[in-house]
Write a protein that binds this ligand. Sequence first.
Ligand code: PSU
Ligand code: MN
Length: 307
Amino acid sequence: MKLNNYLDIHPEVESAINDKLPIVALESTIISHGMPYPKNIETAKNVEETVRTNNAVPATIAIIKGRLKVGLTSKEIEFLATNNKVKKVSRRDLAVTVSQQLSGSTTVASTMIIANLAKIPVFATGGIGGVHRGAENTFDISADLEELSRTNVCVVCAGAKAILDLGLTLEYLETKGVPVLGYKTSELPAFYSSKSGFNVDYRIESPLDIAEILKTKWGLSINGGVLVTNPVPKSFELDSIVMNDAINKAINDSNKEKITGKEITPYLLSKINEITKGKSLDANIRLIENNAALAAKIAIHFSKITQ
Ligand code: PSU
Ligand code: MN
């Protein structure tokens, strides 16, 4: 089966595609730029395991020496986790990275593009990029939002971190026609916390209902993604006052150090981890697993109702 000349599909994923088994795509910027070593490797492997125990096949996505990889070997995960020259690749970087045979980890935007090439409709991550605080001056708006407006992949996340302007992020998604669903919640979760003070568009109670919404949206030829927001499990939730302090401090530091562009998100993530002495990292790991489990359930229903 040749879906696209630039794609290398892992045999486990390829047979799942052929057999129409449920698959969950996973991103790799989390591994290279989202978490410190060795927790990044551990998490990447645990999340794949979570997808398997929930009866779906994991497909972690990255670019290795110019090849789009759908499903990684342990060696490839280790390479991304330990090599600090791995580039963070979003939509604008994809063609150059492939053409120059470079390696890179994929953001939500580029993971969606590659998942779509491989015909994988469900993808789990931690948090998406969005409209940054102060975007009225910096114009810093993640390409993730634009991708959600055009590529037919369901992204399961724990909302977005309060390093972003969550209100403006929701406004942008509305303009772009991206449905924002809350899984068993009517409040937009804010990554470390289940509360943000903002409402989602729709509260949905079951993975089957989410799968039906995907089928209907794409059946109506309304292109683009669906954002499913899944609150961090209660027992791992962090105090929102403590987290807001940490986030404000990290943003102040980034302004002082004049960090901009694609470096800003990784910088803030590692600062916050430093400030909270690793507590934020534990929550981060648990919520990704939680999202992977929900994504597996959605993928199972979606593949059943679209056979
Ligand atoms: N938010 C997180 N953790 C992450 C990211 C975002 O809480 O690891 C990563 C994701 O890969 C996301 C990317 O797609 O950062 C967004 O980067 P930018 O804002 O530069 O588009
Ligand atoms: Mn940006």
